[in-house]
Structure formats: structure tokens, C-alpha cells
Design a protein around this ligand. Structure first.
Ligand SMILES: [Zn+2]
Length: 296
């Protein structure tokens, strides 16, 4: 079991802890597939909702709240039946806008694994306004069920009345919709090929700046982040922040970072290069590889 779960595992009901420990191996990043979840539900003798609420200390243990030291854990359940944990992430000594919220971490975790719809979000504190707006960008966002400890589950519509969202800006394929933009780029560098593919899966209906970041660690593993825009702009999730929260969910250190690539579209109204360099220089002495690609 990874050291970061030593305290949180003691907060779980005993049968849940016993069934969960074998999953918490060194590769665990908070993804539990539908069959593993069914096994946990059975072992726990709880409802699925009660089980998910009981797992929140494990999700919160994925956090890196370097400034607030306030641990938030969230779990997004995808339409596939798999669950994806997420946690808050803050950049030590840097501006607060670099922060990734637990719900954003969990949702992006699900999206990076190919989920096209989220049905439930379970979180240990009431979602902040920023996260309510972020969730409202998702496919059927207003109908996502929010579960909080000690509260009846409620739809996002309850937490975000009179919502403003993608529909108000005539966006018909909201975040998590299946889409794939093709770019023309000749490269035999696997990391660049991966980043181009991920940029094609990004969500940028407002600026058309389809973009992704791939971080490679010294052992050759890669951690990706896609750009996820928001109708209200500010709750947008930058690909670099998404990639860093992915890296941290996998229990990797900034000192493991070897290369970082940002791919973005030449057809975008904005560029993420300055913002990405700003974040990167806060975590690693690595030069950003920036490649602008043409949609094909
Ligand atoms: Zn939030």
C-alpha cells in the first residue's frame, strides 16, 4: 500500500478497508473499475452510495494542498460504472489560480479515461461555486447527482439554479461529448504523437484553441492533460494544470519531470504558451516544447 493512504485507511469501515487494501498498490491513482466496485460493495455490506461516501478519505489522500493544507476528495462515477477519484492540487508559493479543485480532478480523471458521461459526483465538502459552474459544462451536467456526507443526494440543478452554461452560447456538444479534431503533423516522437492525439480530444468551443500537455517522467511514463474550456471562462481547466493533477494522482514528484510538450491549434483565438510556461517554471527546470499544429 502507498504511504499516502496509511492514515486515511484507518478512517474506513473495517470490511471496506480489508477489501480495498489489495487495490492500493503502487500504481493506484484513484481509478476503480465497475467490477472492482461491485466487489467492494459486496464486501462492505453497504449501499453503493454509502460505500462511495466511505471512500472519500482515500480520494482526499490524493490531494496536494500545498497552500491551504485543506484536503478535498471527490469521486466521479462514469456511465461505464467505473469510478474516478480526484483531489485538490495547489502550487506552493504561486498564485491561487493554478489551483485544481477535487471535482475538476475527478472529472478530468474520468474524461482522460474515455468516459462520455458522468452520473454521480461524491465529495466531502459542498462544491464551491467554481465547481458548480465547471460541472454545468458537462454532458447532462445539470442532471448529475451530487452526494455529500449527511445530505440527501441532489441534482446539480439544486445547487446551481438559474444556471448559465454552454447552451446559452449555442454550444451543442458539451464537455465529455465524443469529438476528435484531426491535426496534420509529421513526427515520429511518441510523446508528440500522444500530445497531438490528446489535443484532438480537447474541449475548446469558445476559442477553438484545441490543446494538450504531455509530461514525461524520467522513467519514460507520460501524464496527459487536455484543455477544458468553460462558458464562464474562468473555471476553464488548463491542460498543464490537468496534467500536473494527473501526475500527482499517480503519486509522482515534480523532480521526476523530464520533458513537457504543449500542442495547440494554429486556429485558436488565444495561446496557452505563456500560461503553461509560467506553471512549468514553478515546478521544474525543464524547457517547454511548444508545437503549433494546423487542423487538417
Ligand atoms: Zn471547487
Amino acid at each position: 500500500m502507498q504511504n499516502r493512504f496509511i492514515d486515511s485507511i484507518t478512517q474506513l469501515p473495517k470490511p471496506v478497508a480489508t477489501a480495498l487494501i489489495p487495490l492500493l498498490n503502487e500504481d493506484f491513482c484513484g481509478h476503480i473499475d465497475a467490477s472492482q466496485l461491485a466487489t467492494l460493495v459486496k464486501a462492505s455490506d453497504m449501499t453503493e452510495e454509502a460505500l462511495l461516501l466511505s471512500l472519500l478519505p482515500i480520494a482526499a489522500a490524493l490531494a496536494k494542498p500545498s497552500i491551504s493544507e485543506f484536503y478535498v476528495g471527490a469521486i466521479a462515477k462514469g456511465e461505464s460504472g467505473d469510478i474516478y477519484m480526484g483531489a485538490n492540487f495547489e502550487l506552493a508559493s504561486e498564485a491561487l489560480f493554478h489551483t485544481v479543485h477535487a471535482e475538476q480532478s475527478a472529472i478530468s480523471h474520468a474524461w482522460l479515461n474515455g468516459e462520455q458521461k458522468i452520473v454521480d459526483i461524491v465529495v466531502n465538502f459542498s462544491p464551491c461555486g467554481h465547481c458548480r459552474q465547471f460541472i454545468n459544462e458537462l454532458v447532462s451536467g445539470i442532471d448529475i447527482k451530487i452526494h455529500l456526507p449527511g445530505q440527501q443526494p441532489q441534482l446539480l440543478a439544486h445547487y446551481l439554479p438559474y444556471a448559465f452554461g454552454p447552451k446559452d452560447l449555442q454550444v451543442t456538444k458539451p464537455l465529455l461529448s465524443k469529438s476528435n479534431i484531426e491535426f496534420s503533423l509529421n513526427s515520429d516522437d511518441p510523446m508528440i504523437i500522444e500530445a497531438v492525439d490528446q489535443a484532438g480530444l480537447s474541449y475548446a468551443p469558445y476559442t477553438k484553441n484545441f490543446a494538450a500537455v504531455v509530461i514525461e517522467t524520467k522513467d519514460g511514463r507520460t501524464y496527459c492533460g487536455r484543455y477544458a474550456e468553460n462558458a464562464a471562462f474562468n473555471p476553464s481547466m488548463m491542460p498543464m494544470q490537468m496534467a500536473l493533477s494527473n501526475l500527482i494522482r499517480h503519486d509522482r514528484d515534480y523532480s521526476d519531470i523530464n520533458r513537457v510538450v504543449l500542442i495547440e491549434s494554429s486556429a485558436g483565438k488565444v495561446s496557452l504558451v505563456n500560461a503553461t510556461m509560467d506553471t512549468l517554471q514553478a515546478v521544474a527546470a525543464v524547457e517547454l516544447e511548444h508545437i503549433v499544429v494546423d487542423p487538417s
